[in-house]
Design a protein around this ligand. Structure first.
Ligand code: KG4
Ligand code: ZN
Length: 339
């Protein structure tokens, strides 16, 4: 049987991602090529993403990246079977670039254009790793825009167990980092600074830790960091590192305890961590340690696929296609507000 190939576009925020995924019968989908352009440097001067600039840059990058991806896979447009794109959630103007490109390309080639929910892309991304998970599992999805715990039974079978009631975990990292004078996006910078700090230097709150449910809240933590930051000399490198380490420890502890509670509640013994914050080394260490003690296996996406990328979008479309081919009852695709 001829392989089935899908080109995927991601443009929900500040990364333009294009990737090509191939499915062969009886095999796991394979990533053939991918291209990514990060706009981080462009937005850094403004301390955050400027939506208008993001849209314009996606327009500049999307076709050259597409050409580059096809070239490195040594394939032509006529060898594709579908075009996938991030439908949302994300910045409306940015999403429109990926959606418009995909829909136009699909129409001109007579192929289906497949909308993919951005979070479905994140949560399936570990299936491209060397150690892919098996269904069912608990997914901790922690990105710049979302913090969720889900029970994932199969492709399309997603049960929300808990989510943030205010800021996302990545937002907590980014906003705290900004208070410490670190560049955007602050998560990785704060993590690096935390390496030379003492995690118990400041007593910061662990919001909703004992709420009895699986929801998160990080807004109060940010306020507590602000209060501390105002009390100390931020020029003092050690004090800054201590505050960074204490902040990271608070976020990690909440994510860890809630993940363990979700595993207990569902009775599952597999945890998948996805989204940008899943790249955090301290979080990975804490989860690995606690899960090893409980006989729970933890799976992560490849580091480069934790943050936004086109591969996860093409993959999600491919896994949906495979599920239909396998005759599995088709699960409705999660829908995001169309851009
Ligand atoms: O998944 P993602 O690329 O975008 C969204 O869909 O939101 O996640 C980006 C988020 C940012 O908040 C960034 O600071 C955070 O992930 N992040 C990290 C690390 N790497 C990325 N946070 C903590 N530690 C890291 N190493
Ligand atoms: Zn994302």
């Amino acid at each position: 049987l001829r392989p089935w190939r899908v080109l995927g576009f991601e443009s929900s925020c500040d990364e333009t991602g294009v990737a090509l995924v191939e499915c062969r019968e009886g095999e796991a989908p394979r990533l053939l090529a991918q291209g990514l352009h990060s706009q981080i440097e462009m937005h850094q001067a403004y301390g955050g993403v400027v939506p208008e600039l993001a849209s314009r840059d996606h327009i500049r990058r999307v076709l050259p990246l597409t050409r580059q991806v096809l070239q490195s896979a040594d394939l032509g447009l006529h060898e594709l079977d579908a075009i996938a794109y991030t439908q949302g959630p994300g910045l409306a103007g940015a999403l429109l670039v990926g959606a418009g490109t995909a829909v136009a390309l699909a129409a001109s080639l007579g192929l289906p254009a497949l909308p993919v929910h951005h979070l479905e892309g994140h949560l399936l991304s570990p299936f491209l790793s060397a150690d892919p998970p098996q269904f069912p599992f608990v997914c901790l999805l922690v990105s710049g825009g979302h913090s969720q715990l889900m029970r994932v039974g199969a492709v399309g079978d997603y049960e929300l167990l808990g989510e943030t009631i205010d800021d996302a975990a990545g937002e907590a990292f980014d906003k705290s980092a900004k208070l410490l004078g670190l560049p955007y996006p602050g998560g990785p910078h704060l993590a690096r600074l935390a390496e030379s700090g003492r995690a118990d230097a400041y007593a910061l709150p662990r919001p909703l830790l004992h709420s009895g449910d699986l929801n998160f809240s990080f807004a109060g933590l940010k306020t507590a960091v602000l209060t501390q930051a105002r009390k100390i000399d931020l020029q003092d490198a050690q004090l800054r590192a201590d505050l960074a380490a204490s902040t990271q420890a608070a976020i990690v502890e909440v994510l860890l305890k809630k993940s363990l509670a979700a595993l207990k509640q569902t009775g599952l013994r597999r945890l998948v961590v996805a989204g940008g914050v899943g790249a955090n080394r301290s979080l990975r260490q804490a989860l690995d340690q606690a899960c090893a003690r409980r006989g729970v296996r933890v799976h992560y996406p490849e580091l480069a696929l934790c943050t936004d990328n086109g591969a996860m979008i093409a993959l999600a479309a491919a896994m949906r296609w495979q599920a239909t081919q396998a005759g599995q009852p088709s699960q409705p695709a999660p829908t995001a507000p169309a851009p």
